[in-house]
Design a protein around this ligand. Structure first.
Ligand SMILES: CC(C)(COP(=O)(O)OP(=O)(O)OC[C@H]1O[C@@H](n2cnc3c(N)ncnc32)[C@H](O)[C@@H]1OP(=O)(O)O)[C@@H](O)C(=O)NCCC(=O)NCCS
Length: 293
């Protein structure tokens, strides 16, 4: 039977609230979250922009006493993304989370989209169960990795290395890499600044490339490919060049597939796992996302 909210809950488009109000409700829903991720208004605005969050189709749950929960919908060609879901602690287990996610699915349905994606932190049982109940299924496990600068600095592996400008990097990642996690899709990289890349050819003929974002204190958003050769070796090679070039920067990567064959190269370079997410889908990926280079 369909679960109904106990109190009278109204779902209102998030576009009717200010970024400050949305930041406040989001933070209130996450006070006890497994991985603390508080946001400020500036960061939420950037998040909305970077991930194509459609505030007209995102929802705030209200009852007589105010905002009770929030859920946002990212919208891109043929796919939608459920994100920022949260219900304030005292209101949970009353059907509000279900109502919010159902509301988002209805919105993506109205756009003619029946492929919805999300990620949930591993062992977040309430959210995982809720998504299962609403028809999402698991497709894989994703790693969130970090690397602190190492002393002494890394020596670059001998290779023919060529720096790629932003336009070359964006061209290289293309737009047909299959159904990647939302954060790592090409659209995301198109929306952010400071993207560049590196193309390497090793002495044994192995070739590959890395595209990344470099901010003042941080390297992130890696997209990479081994064209020829061993992926673990190629990862070590491009990471050795990158970390040699930027010895003082921290690195944070999100949503790397646990089965990615490049991972041994990352581990050897000092990357450690912060936590894991479960990737979940609802519906089948459309043909436009299945094709991969
Ligand atoms: C996940 C969350 C949004 C659920 O909101 P909610 O309003 O409590 O959800 P509902 O009352 O609609 O519950 C729906 C289903 O979720 C599951 N669920 C909810 N709380 C649960 C719990 N504590 N343990 C196990 N399952 C739970 C159940 O399957 C439940 O159905 P049931 O009541 O028939 O058993 C809420 O717990 C929350 O805000 N958590 C912190 C933020 C968060 O984890 N966000 C999701 C990030 S991906």
């Amino acid at each position: 039977m369909t679960q109904q909210p106990q109190a009278v809950i109204e779902l209102i488009p998030a576009s009717q609230f200010s970024i400050g109000e949305l930041t406040s409700i989001y933070n209130q829903t996450r006070v006890d979250y497994m991985v603390p991720m508080p946001m400020n208004a500036e960061r939420l605005a950037e998040y909305i922009e970077t991930y194509d969050v459609d505030l007209e189709r995102s929802l705030v749950a209200m009852d007589g006493s105010g905002m009770r929960g929030v859920a946002m919908l990212g919208v891109r060609a043929d796919r939608a993304w459920v994100t920022r879901l949260g219900v304030i602690p005292g209101t949970r287990k009353g059907g509000v989370g279900t109502a919010l996610v159902r509301g988002l699915l209805e919105q993506s349905g109205l756009l003619g989209i029946d492929f919805n994606m999300l990620e949930v932190i591993k062992n977040n049982t309430p959210a995982h169960q809720l998504f299962f109940k609403l028809g999402f299924y698991e497709v894989g496990e994703l790693l969130i990795l970090r690397r602190a600068p190492l002393v002494p600095p890394i020596e670059p592996m001998i290779a023919d290395a060529r720096r790629l400008e932003r336009y070359e990097a964006l061209d290289l990642i293309g737009d047909d890499r299959g159904a990647q996690p939302w954060t790592n899709q090409s659209e995301t990289l198109h929306h952010v600044t400071d993207i560049s890349g590196l193309r390497l050819t090793l002495g044994d003929g192995s070739t590959g490339w890395l595209v990344y974002q470099r901010q003042k204190f941080l390297l992130s958003r890696f997209i990479y490919k081994t064209d020829t050769g061993d992926p673990a070796m190629m990862a070590y090679a491009f990471l050795s060049h990158l970390h040699h070039q930027y010895p003082r920067l921290d690195t944070r990567l999100e949503n790397i597939h646990v089965s990615d064959p490049h991972l041994p190269g990352f581990r050897k370079m000092g990357y450690i796992e912060s936590f894991r997410r479960i990737e979940m889908w609802r519906g089948e990926p459309p043909a436009s996302l299945v094709h991969s280079k």
